[in-house]
Write a protein that binds this ligand. Structure first.
Ligand SMILES: CC(C)(COP(=O)(O)OP(=O)(O)OC[C@H]1O[C@@H](n2cnc3c(N)ncnc32)[C@H](O)[C@@H]1OP(=O)(O)O)[C@@H](O)C(=O)NCCC(=O)NCCS
Length: 85
């Protein structure tokens, strides 16, 4: 399952933000995530999106390894957030 939203920015241009990305635990390490991410990249290209952003928690080493293997890199940015309710 992949859930990404189009998030245009005056500074950054045409972005997609990937909010959720999940492969059934029983189906992992079989190339499903790679196929899904490849499809996402193709659809983003067709939308003329310039970059895809996503967050990985510091303890999620498998996700970090996965996204690195897909060519994603950290940009030296720190995410700030605040709960409203
Ligand atoms: C991260 C996740 C999506 C990977 O999906 P997947 O279908 O298992 O990934 P793939 O089989 O396509 O793996 C592609 C490559 O990513 C890397 N990779 C994937 N899982 C890895 C792991 N647990 N440890 C190290 N490398 C890993 C490998 O390089 C792998 O290639 P290889 O199997 O030929 O070595 C999956 O583990 C998942 O759903 N995790 C829980 C949810 C999550 O953390 N989502 C990401 C939040 S941004």
């Amino acid at each position: 399952m992949a859930l990404a939203v189009y998030s245009p920015s005056a500074e950054e241009g045409r972005l997609l933000v990937l909010n959720d990305f999940f492969v059934d635990p029983a189906m992992r390490r079989k190339g499903v995530g790679r196929a899904l991410a490849t499809r996402l990249l193709e659809e983003a290209k067709a939308m003329r999106v310039e970059r895809i952003d996503l967050e990985v928690t510091p303890t999620n080493a498998p996700a970090a390894a996965f996204w690195k293997s897909m060519g994603f890199r950290t940009g030296g940015r720190t995410v700030y957030g605040r709960d409203i309710v």
